[in-house]
Every structure is written in C-alpha cells, then in structure tokens.
Design a binder for this molecule. Structure first.
Ligand SMILES: Nc1ncnc2c1ncn2[C@@H]1O[C@H](COP(=O)(O)OP(=O)(O)OP(=O)(O)O)[C@@H](O)[C@H]1O
Length: 280
C-alpha cells in the first residue's frame, strides 16, 4: 500500500452464491488521502455490492480490502467503522434524533464524546453544512437535501478519516442534489476530507478529482472526469448519461465556438461562456 492511500481494494471478486457468476471480478483500486473518488456505473454494474464490501456488510469471495494498514475482516470492521463515515441513499432512514441537534448529538454520545466537546463539534459541523439556523428543527420541517446535509454534519462531527457516500443524492430533487454536491465539494476543499462517492449520477461524479467507471463487475475506465468524459459514446453505450455541460461544450465546438477545453461542470462552462460574451 502506498503511504498516501487510505483505502485499498486488491483483486476483489464477489459472488452471491456458489452457483452464480462473480458480480465483481478482480476489482482493484485505491482511495488516496485528500481526494474525492467517484465510482459510477449503470444499474447492475456492481456498485451496491462494492459499497457493501467497502463497509463490511459483505466480505469478498476473493481478494481483500485494507483501510490504511488494517485488512477489513470480522475482527477489524468495528474499529474501521469508527474511522469511516457513511451517508446513505434515503434521507429519512438516517435521521435518528427528534431535532437536528439531537440527531448529531446521538452519534457523538454513542462514541463517548463528553458534553463540552460535543457542543463544540455540533456547532462546527452545522456551520460546515450551513444548517446552523436549523438546530431545533424537526425532520419533517426539512427538505431531503437539508436532511442529507444533517447526515453529513453528523458524520463530520465524528472526525472520520474517510467519508463514503452511497447514492447519497439519488433520492433528492435537483435543488437538494446540488446542495449536497456543493456541500461535499466545500468540505473536501476546506477540511481536506477524503471522499468516496458511489453514484449513477455523472454530474455528481464530474465534481470529483477522479472517477472509476464500472461495467458488469469490472473496472471499465479510470481517470479524471475530463479523461473519462472523452470516452463519450463509449459511456453512452454502457448506459451512462453524459453531463449536460460536456454535451453543450461539444455542440458549441461543432458550431465553431471553440472553448479552451471540454468543460465537465456547469460552473466551469458558465465562467468561460461569460468571458466569451464579454469578448464579442
Ligand atoms: N442479493 C443478491 N443476490 C443475488 N444477486 C444479486 C443480489 N444483489 C445484487 N445481485 C446481482 O449482482 C449484480 C450487481 O448488482 P448491484 O446491485 O451491485 O449493482 P448496481 O450497479 O449497484 O446496480 P443498482 O444501481 O441497480 O443497485 C446484478 O447482476 C444483480 O442482479
């Protein structure tokens, strides 16, 4: 394992039962300290199975997963779970407290954090996700995006070494999705968090530092979002939808409006379109 790797997946294969085929086949990759790695793939490509293996809900049939110097197994899983924060798909299933404050406090109490430290951590965490005005709000008063931001606050209050987001934006409306993606991006930048997001949403993945594309249980491609989106029709052929800014950059190029590069996020694209407008 390279020193800067937080998580390493080595030749992992998995089958649900003896008679069936492998649904993950020799999957190897690592998550580097401080990066945001997004794993994407169409339905059935093996993302959920991989997420369950990374969180110790399932164990590989072959190969191994290591968190820093520890191999993930039945003996180490509880210690490793204390260092890895998880945010899941359904915002309603993750809210355990009767208010935002209680919800974040719950996780801290479970981890034996004493009261003074707890108050400091809650204050810091809600600010990071811009939910400081909602401390006394109850779950039903919050949107899906706000609930996911509270879930993220609960995770960062525990000072994890890695956050895994398993389809954390897939049940949200576009506004909620954008809020959560922005929050992850900001936390990564401000707190140097290491993030692994598992998603079918390529617009979310476009914000990551690096992407892995899964197809039928194997790694189909690995690279920066810009490198991955160059695959273009190959991604479409495996059921993935190219993000809008990538499509628009391409169409503009066809019409002779050449941009400095193929933009992968809306922010980048708007920034350049804006300067083009000023020039003309
Ligand atoms: N409990 C199970 N028992 C048997 N086969 C399963 C089980 N869960 C998933 N599979 C199979 O494993 C393969 C990978 O499924 P998985 O759910 O990991 O993919 P996915 O990319 O997460 O897709 P989705 O987004 O639809 O969950 C599929 O062929 C699926 O049918």
């Amino acid at each position: 394992m390279v020193d800067k790797d937080i998580l390493q997946v080595n030749y992992v294969s998995f089958k649900y039962n003896e008679e069936s085929n492998d649904v993950l086949k020799d999957v190897s990759f690592s998550v580097r300290n401080g990066e945001w790695l997004a794993i994407v793939g169409h339905n059935g490509s093996g993302k959920s199975t991989l997420a369950k293996i990374l969180t110790g809900i399932l164990f590989p049939s072959k190969g191994k997963v290591s968190f820093r110097e520890f191999d993930l197994n039945e003996d180490t899983i509880w210690d490793i779970r204390k260092k890895v924060g998880m945010v899941f798909q359904n915002p309603d299933n993750q809210f355990v407290g009767s208010t935002v404050n209680d919800d974040i406090a719950f996780g801290l109490e479970n981890n034996g954090i004493h009261r003074d430290e707890m108050l400091k951590r809650i204050e810091f965490a809600v600010k990071q996700v811009k939910m400081e005005d909602y401390l006394e709000s109850e779950p039903h008063q919050l949107s899906g995006g706000q609930k996911q931001r509270v879930a993220i606050a609960g995770v960062i209050a525990l000072h994890p070494q890695l956050i895994i987001l398993d389809e954390a934006t897939s049940m949200l409306d576009p506004k909620g999705r954008e809020e959560v993606i922005e929050t992850i991006w900001k936390l990564k930048k401000d707190l140097n968090l290491t993030v692994l997001s598992i998603t079918h949403d390529l617009e979310e993945a476009a914000r990551a530092d690096r992407m892995i594309v899964m197809k039928e249980g194997v790694i189909f491609a690995e690279g920066t979002p810009r490198e991955i989106f160059k695959l273009d029709e190959e991604l479409v052929s495996i059921g993935l939808d190219i993000p809008f800014p990538v499509k628009l950059s391409k169409e503009l190029a066809k019409k002779g409006i050449s941009l400095s590069k193929n933009h992968v996020t809306e922010e980048e694209l708007i920034e350049e379109l804006w300067t083009l407008g000023l020039k003309n």
